[in-house]
Design a protein around this ligand. Structure first.
Ligand SMILES: [Zn+2]
Length: 75
């Protein structure tokens, strides 16, 4: 394994989502479900939140599934 600065497992990142995405999509649909680093960027990108609402979500790394395999930056 290459030396890598992993984010601590204990680090929790707060992100913001459309409340409908949270209730119906995350973990359920194929593909990605967007999260945003701030309420402002969520509102800028997703006009639906005026109707859907906004939730704050905590993201925590639970397991490193596939090791990094970068070709560049070695040596
Ligand atoms: Zn929405």
């Amino acid at each position: 394994m290459p030396k890598k600065k992993l984010k601590s497992k204990e680090k929790i990142v707060k992100v913001y989502m459309c409340a409908t995405d949270w209730e119906w999509e995350i973990g359920e649909v194929l593909g990605s479900t967007p999260v945003y680093s701030s309420v402002k960027s969520l509102k800028d990108e997703r006009s639906c939140v005026e109707e859907c609402g906004i939730v704050e979500v905590e993201v925590k790394l639970s397991q490193w599934i596939q090791p990094e395999n970068r070709k560049w930056g070695k040596g």
